[in-house]
Design a protein around this ligand. Structure first.
Ligand SMILES: Cc1cc2nc3c(=O)[nH]c(=O)nc-3n(C[C@H](O)[C@H](O)[C@H](O)COP(=O)(O)O)c2cc1C
Length: 366
């Protein structure tokens, strides 16, 4: 039924992306799809998965597949989370409320962005418990404090601090489009004229100007410790790509790490996040869960990430394609596709549950 609503012929994520490209306004599609600089990291995030080959096990009983796992007390049906993504009302009027509702139906976690276009309280209501809050740290620490306290009160289960964005990456598509939010779309968590919309600047992305004037680019590991001490909630650090930074995160009291290059949207020519995963997994030595995002488009990508040592993955753009094509139903279709592909890949790889997704499933790389 969901498929019929979006497009009865769609079978995989790449087909959904093509459809979304036809239907979305160019400046919105560019903002969602684009990356920084020459978009080399954006492309490599996907290509890096293709370079990894599998060594499936035969004659394993795969009549029952268990994809469930538990993260910080949240029981989830599959190890695929919704990555934090800004401005979802540009895709569909349901915005983050629709995204959260679809994630809840699939019993997985949504990470809601600071830059959401619905309030964090509305999103939590729709998400039914499995909801984490992604935090950008503003220069004005009172704003940061208030966001964390509101998230706690609204029932969020973890705080995800994004550390790869002291400034915005140079996103040429947005610069050419002079990316702006239409009047009816606001940064709803921040009720202030200067905080809920972008400044207008010639020949620049409005988002880049917003971040340049408001985000704290002096942020350092001691500030992370401040955030950890501020809240009872587990704090994850998103945007780590090196073992030594993972150790710093551990030292500052992080409860988890998300290996990420922000979907190739920040520093171009950064290594693909899947290529950074192993170093980070080794550095934390199982002390805290490590998650990864960037370029996950197939069930086989998920089993590769878990075999390297990720506790779970986050998916970004594919869910925006679903949202733009069918609101919450479209997001559910994307999650259906991932779930079916993951089950199929686990069955064919000889892994009946996610604990069986171990490094021996991966071919040695030359
Ligand atoms: C349109 C868009 C908006 C994003 N907004 C945020 C954000 O507000 N906060 C954040 O931490 N990451 C943000 N990200 C990065 C994602 O959380 C994630 O790291 C990335 O999209 C994963 O790569 P994928 O899109 O290839 O799956 C955004 C990504 C996209 C595509």
């Amino acid at each position: 039924m969901r498929k019929a609503k979006v497009d009865p012929h769609v079978q995989c994520i790449a087909e959904l992306e093509a459809l979304a490209g036809e239907r979305l306004a160019k400046s919105v599609f560019d903002y969602y799809a684009g990356g920084a600089g020459d978009e080399l990291t954006l492309k490599d995030n996907v290509l890096a998965f293709d370079r990894i080959r599998l060594r499936p096990r035969m004659l394993v009983d795969v009549s029952d597949i268990d994809m469930s796992t538990n993260l910080f007390g949240c029981q989830i049906e599959m190890p695929i989370l919704v990555a934090p993504m800004a401005f979802q009302r540009l895709a569909h009027e349901e915005g983050e409320i629709g995204m959260a509702g679809a994630a809840a139906k699939h019993k997985t976690i949504m990470v809601a962005s600071t830059l959401s276009t619905c309030t964090l309280e509305e999103i939590a209501e729709s998400a039914k418990d499995r909801i984490w809050f992604q935090l950008y740290v503003y220069k004005d620490r009172d704003i940061t404090l208030e966001l964390v306290k509101r998230a706690e009160k609204a029932g969020y289960r973890a705080i995800v601090v994004t550390v790869d964005s002291p400034v915005l990456g140079r996103r040429l598509r947005d610069m050419h489009n002079q990316f702006q939010l239409p009047d009816h779309v606001k940064i709803s968590n921040l009720r202030d004229r200067f905080l809920e919309q972008f400044p207008v600047v010639d020949h620049q992305s409005g988002l880049a100007a917003y971040i340049a004037s408001l985000y704290d680019r002096s942020l350092s590991w001691k500030d992370l410790q401040w955030i950890v001490e501020l809240t009872e909630l587990p704090v994850l650090v998103k945007g780590v790509l090196r073992g030594d930074d993972a150790e710093s995160a551990l030292h500052a009291g992080a409860a988890g790490i998300v290996v990420s290059n922000h979907g190739g949207r920040q520093l171009d020519t950064t290594i693909a996040s899947i290529d950074a995963l192993s170093e980070v997994v080794q550095a934390v030595q199982g002390k805290i869960p490590v998650l990864v995002d960037g370029g996950i488009r197939r069930g086989t990508d998920v089993i590769k990430a878990l075999a390297i040592g990720a506790a779970a993955v986050l998916v970004g753009r594919p869910l925006l394609w679903g949202l733009s094509l069918g609101g919450a139903d479209g997001v559910e279709l994307v999650l259906d596709i991932f779930k079916d592909e993951l089950a199929n890949a686990m069955q064919l790889a000889g892994a009946a549950d996610i604990k069986a997704l171990t490094p021996d499933l991966l071919a040695a790389r030359s």
